[in-house]
Ligand binder design. Structure first.
Ligand code: KH2
Length: 256
């Protein structure tokens, strides 16, 4: 009998402590949702240098999540090379969306996804004849620019094993290396590429199609199932209610 009571007590205590360890409780208690974001990803997360305020698709998503949680939202500046470390070091409760990658998944949890994109290479328009396929960029002597800490940096190793990869550190960007002629190409999401070729008419998308369908999701601390389930269910609810559809239209985005 005593054994049984002790066992029940132990289970209750364990369940209570497991629950208490969730970010969800801390967020509600503190009245604040801390969101890590880089502010350099058009149109996901953009920091306005004039006001130091963030705006963008993911900024709207996080503001809505905080509103539904009944708490304030606080954006914590993050960088691509340390965005995962910010989650493991508890600098924020959640990140704005990042590409799901196996290496990030080793240390951070991913919520449900809400955006799928393809990857395309970008080259100088005047080099389109020389670089008209993915394969043509995978060659000795070809330089591929990447941005440190991004999923594209990881993927470039896979796509271009024969080329030389050159990483730049944010706020510098890979495509700027292509523009400056220091690199032959870079890879990015079709979403960003379409915007870049309008802004910089010297750039062009390599025409032989997108590769590597990738998914965006928010990062949360690994193993916090309560918090991850909460956010993932919230995403699904918001998808059913049409919130994401409206927001995609607002930012002229189209998930694959
Ligand atoms: S990812 C985000 O999660 N991007 O894929 C990459 O690593 C974002 C393409 C850095 C903003 C600057 C745009 C590269």
């Amino acid at each position: 009998m005593i054994k049984k009571i002790l066992a029940i007590l132990a289970i209750t205590l364990f369940a209570a402590s497991a629950h208490a360890a969730s970010k969800l409780d801390a967020i509600k208690k503190n009245g604040e949702l801390r969101v890590g974001t880089t502010g350099d990803w058009d149109p996901m997360s953009m920091k306005d240098p004039a006001t130091n305020k963030y705006k963008g698709f993911d900024i709207d998503v996080m503001s809505e999540l905080a509103k539904d949680l009944g708490v304030k939202v606080k954006f914590v500046p993050a960088e691509w090379k340390t965005i995962v470390a910010g989650i493991t070091a508890d600098r924020y409760d959640i990140s704005t969306s990042v590409t799901k990658t196996p290496s990030r998944a080793k240390v951070a949890g991913f919520t449900a996804t809400y955006y799928k994109y393809a990857t395309v290479p970008i080259v100088l328009k005047k080099n389109l004849k020389k670089f008209s396929t993915w394969d043509s960029l995978n060659k000795n002597g070809v330089i591929i620019a990447t941005t440190l800490g991004t999923s594209q940096e990881e993927k470039a190793k896979e796509f271009f094993p024969k080329s030389k990869l050159q990483s730049v550190e944010a706020p510098a960007r890979d495509f700027q290396e292509v523009l400056a002629g220091r690199a032959d190409g870079n890879i990015t999401s079709s979403t960003e590429a379409n915007k870049l070729v309008i802004k910089y008419p010297q750039l062009a998308i390599v025409p032989d199609g997108g590769k590597n369908p990738a998914f965006l999701a928010m990062m949360v601390p690994k193993g916090d199932k309560v918090w991850n389930d909460y956010v993932s269910n919230w995403i699904q609810d918001k998808q059913s209610s049409g919130f994401f559809k409206k927001l995609l239209a607002k930012y002229n985005l189209k998930s694959l």
